[in-house]
Ligand binder design. Structure first.
Ligand code: SIN
Length: 489
């Protein structure tokens, strides 16, 4: 294992100045693979949040007045600078978040791709000339940036979830205040340093790190200058934000929890489906909102599937993400480990069979870290916790099914509606099932569905709004209608 990185002590970014919190407070950032402190960040105060909103509001008129082409150029340059720093940012991410270095590098690339994608969308924020109802009038629509935006971002993808919000905000001519998760402030700061070094003007993006998320939210939701808030995180917190948004009728985009079904029909290529489930389930140690969380395997291939999946999962190398060859890093903290273990123990108690894993990993190579063995459970039923709740850990629970109709009903039986996956070689079935699944994102014959050009988002209690794709910028634009009377015919 090698780490050339020394400890990083980051700062807030307010109006182009990197500075300490107003009261000098800081908090430590720890490595979930070792428990060691790898750096620290300012514990921003209410005064700091207000200063960041002031800075974003002050920068807005000039930023809004830039042309789409100027903003697009800066976004492309920012993507380039992020890519040039892939090693540095990837290393920071592995150290504070835990994901294997290869995955971290991949996320840096994914983060850059959002800026590049929205550079293109900036250039296409067209309005319309609408045929009038009154012949003497002329009717136009304009699409204009909403104003100051706040981005509240999660720890599981500390770079990409931030640029997925900042890319469209900047493209639309909005200025922003970012509040990253307190577990991963160092990656957020490193990405913002790259954006700043690309030449983005002072105050266009501002960073507030703080342990007091409730206070930061209250300040953001209580300030009329903040016109839109985009949040990625749990459904529970998302519901609080919906309530908070009512007071000033603030626009919200919410990418919340998921509980993805993963269906394998018996006409599938079993090896492909096993690899696809592993890719979906075990990416980032199972800590993604779009992770498969309920796997339904058709009876004809069930036993063969369980055996192949069990042996491949048992071979996944677990350890510190800086070590070459590691496939699964630590979980973000011990609470994550406890939840995964609770789901496994509950399932076993209620009759599921442990195919592989099922334990916290301790001892040599794991000391001080939050590791859970990649796990496969066979015979999961609907009375088990893992069947009903998002596990957010490296645990795959398998359930047998008989018919297409039955599995579509089971797959849709959830309060969540973010991502769903299925495998089949029957293309009529592929279209039928994709249409019937009540989810915002469908992976058909693939376990990896994330990309900057795709409209990412959920239905039901998985939230609303879309990030990425051609519609991602709409979340940051208001449509204005202009009616010009008395023009004549
Ligand atoms: C998430 O887990 O919230 C996002 C994952 C992704 O973009 O693939």
């Amino acid at each position: 294992m090698t780490s050339t990185m020394t400890r990083r002590d980051e700062r807030l970014l307010v109006g182009g100045v990197w500075r300490e919190a107003s009261n000098g407070g800081r908090f430590d950032v720890t490595n979930p693979a070792t428990g060691e402190v790898v750096g620290s960040a300012p514990n921003g105060t209410a005064e700091d949040v207000r200063a960041a909103i002031d800075a974003a509001a002050a920068a807005l008129p000039a930023w809004r007045a830039t042309t789409a082409l100027q903003r697009a150029r800066l976004l492309r340059r920012a993507a380039e600078v992020i890519r040039e720093r892939v090693e540095e940012i990837g290393m920071i991410m592995t150290l504070e978040q835990g994901k294997p270095l290869g995955e971290a590098r991949g996320e840096v690339e994914y983060a850059a791709s959002f800026l590049e994608w929205f550079a293109g969308e900036a250039e296409r924020t067209y309005g319309e000339v609408v045929p009038p109802m009154n012949a003497a009038n002329r009717v136009l629509t304009l699409r204009q940036g909403v104003g100051v935006v706040a981005a509240i971002t999660p720890w599981n993808f500390p770079a990409a979830m931030m640029t997925r919000k900042l890319g469209p905000a900047m493209a639309a001519g909005c200025t922003s205040v970012v509040k990253p998760a307190s577990a991963t402030p160092l990656t957020a700061a490193a990405v913002l340093r790259a954006i700043e070094d690309a030449g983005v003007p002072k105050g266009v993006v501002n960073l507030i790190t703080s342990r007091d998320s409730g206070m930061v939210s209250r300040e953001l939701f209580g300030d009329r200058r903040v016109r839109k808030i985009s949040f990625t995180g749990s459904t529970e917190v998302g519901k609080d934000l919906i309530r908070a948004s009512a007071h000033q009728v603030k626009r919200l985009s919410l990418e919340l929890g998921g509980h993805a079904p993963f269906v394998v029909f018996d006409d599938s290529d079993i090896d492909e489906a096993v690899d696809s489930l592993i890719a979906s389930k075990f990416r980032n140690a199972g800590q993604t909102c779009v992770c498969a969380n309920r796997a339904y395997i058709q009876r004809g291939i069930y036993d063969a599937f369980v055996a192949k999946l069990g042996s491949k999962v048992a071979a996944l190398a677990v350890g510190n993400g800086l070590t070459a060859g590691i496939a699964i890093g630590p979980m973000i903290d011990d609470r994550g480990v406890e939840k995964a273990d609770e789901h496994v123990q509950d399932a076993v108690l209620r009759g599921a069979r442990l195919v592989t894993g099922g334990t916290r990993l301790t001892g040599d190579g794991f000391d001080g870290g939050s590791f859970y063995a990649p796990t496969v459970l066979d015979g999961v039923t609907d009375e088990m916790l893992i069947y009903r709740e998002e596990t957010f850990g490296p645990v795959a629970g398998l359930t047998v099914f008989d018919t297409e109709e039955e599995v579509v009903t089971m797959a849709n039986d959830s309060i969540y509606g973010l991502a769903a996956y299925f495998h089949t070689r029957d293309y009529a079935r592929l279209l039928r099932v994709a249409e019937k699944l009540e989810y915002g994102i469908i992976g058909a014959n693939t376990g990896i569905i994330s990309a900057a050009n795709a409209p990412f988002g959920g239905v039901k209690e998985s939230g609303y709004g879309r990030e990425g794709g051609s519609v991602g910028i709409d979340e940051y634009l208001d449509t204005k209608y202009i009616c010009i009377g008395g023009v004549g015919v």
